[in-house]
Design a protein around this ligand. Structure first.
Ligand code: ADP
Length: 397
């Protein structure tokens, strides 16, 4: 039994899960928020242990302070007696560029590359690197591994990852489609293969990570073949507050009309668009579904979201020349019975049939289509932390 810690450092947050491996049992998990952001009224630290939530309010200037506090809490709550019990630490890193097509052990050179890649994901990679540095200082004996959100998508063929812009921008600056949520797409694809009782290498899958951030991946022979997020996680589907794909010249036009700076324009596309922008009331799918029948804007936002998902399924169905299964995951994909129904119902002409009874359940992975459905669909809860811990364990050997 080895204790492995999965860490996801965001710009102002730190999410973590401590697992016993290879048993894959969760010992404790939690989140620290408002790092370097000052406190508000609410508790900003939550640690879940044996089904109980331990909450507190604590100010942190930086990630190192937050990590020190988290580890001190581990001792106080009896989660570990000694920090050295944690033998491995897996860090989720957002951008891996073309340098990383799989998870790797952390060394100086890797860390420098993670920092250099911050140009591609300014808020995320910088925080990821801070997290790695802090842990190396506090538990130097632990094996540290970086797991990249983009790594799984490095198998995409060039015709799918290049943009139709002057080629020199790709060679000079590495601008191309990198995708995201790779750890999640990979995890649910592996789970789907188990449910189908077939090797992943033999399967064509369309995996849909529909959370606040959302992306769809076409998986061919177990490998990412195409994905909806692009150079950055702004691209592809309509999301909670992100626009997804828009015509570049449209925003250039609005920018002129409204007198916006480049940064303000990007902010609008990242934080004020998507479900929030169209509905004008909320970025949360639950709120919009609650008033779907009474609020035209909410209905429109939900219908557009579903429409974009179906567009990508269509595109990837053709790209893959068929599909063995569709997989729904993440906040909306796992929990929203109506969204799954709306998507599947639009595929009826292909002979895809929803099993209403199976679709009405939440919780563990389940097939949500009928036995005679031409394409199977599954709801599979994602578990990026477990996928990270598995990579750490594999690399520790
Ligand atoms: P992220 O990890 O990208 O922050 P999540 O995967 O946690 O996002 O998904 C969060 C989103 O899931 C919320 O914004 C909300 O819209 C949606 N969600 C959660 N539960 C439900 C539900 N029961 N019905 C519809 N949407 C839900």
């Amino acid at each position: 039994m080895t204790k492995i810690l999965s860490v996801n450092a965001g710009s102002s947050s730190l999410k973590f899960k401590l697992l016993n491996m290879p048993e894959e049992d969760v010992i404790a998990e939690g989140v620290i928020e408002r790092i370097g952001a000052g406190l508000d009224q609410d508790d900003n630290v939550t640690i879940k242990l044996n089904g109980e939530k331990h909450k507190s309010r604590q100010e942190f200037d930086d990630h190192e302070q937050a990590i020190n506090f988290m580890l001190a809490q581990f001792k106080e709550l009896g989660i570990v007696k000694d920090f050295n019990e944690i033998k491995g630490i897996g860090h989720r890193v957002v951008a891996g560029g073309e340098w990383f097509n799989k998870s790797v052990l952390v060394d100086d050179e890797v860390l420098k590359k993670v920092e250099r890649l911050a140009a591609y994901a300014p808020l995320h990679n910088a925080a990821n690197a801070l997290g790695i540095r802090a842990f190396s200082k506090i538990i130097p004996e632990a094996v540290e591994v970086v797991v990249f959100d983009t790594a799984f998508h490095q198998t995409m063929p060039k015709e799918n990852y290049l943009y139709a812009i002057p080629y020199e921008y790709y060679t000079k600056y590495g601008v191309r489609r990198y995708g995201a949520h790779g750890t999640s797409h990979k995890y649910v694809a592996e789970q789907a293969a188990k449910l189908l009782g077939k090797p992943l290498e033999d399967l064509k899958l369309i995996t849909m990570h529909l959370g606040a951030g959302a992306s769809i991946t076409a998986i061919k022979n177990g490998k990412s073949y195409d994905t909806s997020m692009g150079f950055s996680p702004l691209a592809g589907l309509m999301m909670a507050t992100r626009s997804g794909d828009v015509d570049y010249s449209l925003m250039n036009y609005v920018k002129g009309k409204e007198g916006l700076s480049d940064q303000e324009t990007l902010d609008i596309l990242n934080h004020k668009s998507g479900l929030l922008g169209v509905s004008t009331i909320s970025s949360d799918m639950r709120d919009l579904l609650d008033v779907y029948d009474t609020n035209d804007h909410a209905k429109l936002a939900v219908d557009m979201f579903v429409d974009r998902v179906v567009d990508y399924i269509g595109q990837y169905y053709f790209e893959l020349q068929g599909a063995d299964a569709l997989v729904f995951t993440a906040g909306i994909g796992e929990n929203s019975i109506p969204v799954r129904k709306m998507v599947i119902d639009k595929l009826a002409f292909l002979g895809v049939k929803l099993d209403e009874e199976a679709n009405s359940k939440r919780g563990s992975a389940t097939e949500i289509t009928t036995a005679d459905s031409k394409i199977k669909a599954f709801m599979i809860p994602t578990n990026e932390e477990l996928e990270i811990a598995r990579d750490v364990q594999r690399l520790m050997k």
